[in-house]
Design a protein around this ligand. Structure first.
Ligand code: ASP
Length: 341
């Protein structure tokens, strides 16, 4: 329990563009987080206490792995009672995957975990990193609104982590959440939209740390043929597949396609239907082009993002390895606000 005058925030630094500073020769290299006050001098006057931890190896987030998700979760679990909130500095490329994965790992999370990063390194004059760090810290330490969620803060918006997607490789407003409104908007004031937060949990924090990575994503396109579909569905040891379908969850009605899926399901492979569209939801049986999939046991993913779908499948398969029925049931419902029911 924090009895100090100030709220306390722990920064977990994992790498990414945000952590780069320019040396005297102009080249970019990662900065030491204990020098954060040099990189963001505005933090000297802030009204919260900051400590920091750096992962053993800081990475470009393209190298993110489930075992590093566990490392991040272990730090937060270990320090959970000592801090009021957590800010995870992370590369933007896979931030939405990490935010989704952490959201599933933390059951009964009662404190904010805010991921942020930047498009330009902190050490560059026009960096968006300073704003993003300062706002993420303010949100993670806020007393007026405690967000019991894993979130992403980017360019004035706080998004639910497992609803977020990286949408742009260049713009400062790189993230979006099409199927759920932002949880807070930063302008002159921070406007928290508390009615959109997940409810404050009653139980103690539980952290589940197993992921089963034996999954695949099969993205449909006009012309996709049996060789590709069968190669994916017969990948050795495959346990689950997310199929990225068209529109509201539609796919070819060809006999060979439905039979290939049906045969995979009969081998115990779980198949989850997620739309390629950024906004909107899979609605099985809305069109004839999804009726066969529904009949053979493909699960509808509703309006879940692809990042949340993949991490949720890995999380459920890892957490309940001997209970495919339970995994299938949980895939279709909201665990942490990742889909609309
Ligand atoms: N490649 C970088 C990363 O994801 C990009 C960034 O941080 O914006 O780590």
């Amino acid at each position: 329990m924090n009895e100090s005058k100030h709220n306390r925030v722990l920064i977990v630094y994992t790498g990414g563009t945000i952590g780069m500073v320019q040396d005297e020769n102009g080249s970019l290299h990662p900065f030491a987080l204990d020098r954060i006050y040099d990189a963001v001098p505005q933090l000297r006057g802030c009204c919260y206490d900051i400590d920091s931890v750096t992962l053993d190896h800081i990475i470009d987030s393209s190298n993110m792995t489930p075992s590093l998700w566990v490392d991040i979760a272990n730090i937060i679990e270990r320090e959970y009672d000592r801090y009021d909130g957590f800010v995870v500095l992370h590369g933007t490329d896979t931030m939405a995957y990490t935010a989704s994965a952490l959201s599933f790992m933390f059951k009964n999370l009662a404190k904010p975990v805010v991921l942020t990063g930047s498009q330009l390194p902190l050490g560059m004059l026009r960096s968006d990193g300073r704003e993003n760090i300062i706002c993420a810290l303010e949100i993670a330490s806020a007393r007026e609104a405690v967000i019991p969620e894993v979130c992403i803060f980017f360019e004035n918006h706080l998004y639910r982590g497992n609803r977020s997607t990286k949408l742009n490789a260049e713009n400062f407003d790189a993230f979006g959440s099409y199927n759920y409104p932002s949880l807070a908007k930063v302008g002159i004031n921070i406007r928290f939209k508390e009615h959109l937060f997940l409810p404050m949990p009653e139980g103690r924090l539980v952290v589940r740390k197993q992921f089963d990575t034996r999954v695949a994503v099969l993205k449909l396109f006009p012309g996709i043929g049996p060789d590709v579909v069968n190669a994916v569905l017969h990948a050795p040891n495959l346990q689950g597949v997310v199929i990225e379908t068209y529109g509201s969850g539609n796919a070819p009605t060809d006999e060979w396609f439905i039979s290939a899926l049906e045969e995979a399901i009969s081998r115990g492979i779980i198949v989850l239907n997620v739309t390629q569209c950024k906004g909107g939801a899979v609605k099985m049986r809305q069109y004839a082009a999804s009726c066969d999939m529904d009949r053979i046991g493909v699960i509808g993913g509703g309006d879940i993002t692809i990042e949340a779908a993949v991490t949720k499948m890995m999380y459920l398969l890892g957490s309940f390895p001997n209970d495919k029925r339970h995994v299938s049931e949980r895939l279709g419902v909201s665990l942490r606000g990742e889909l609309t029911e």
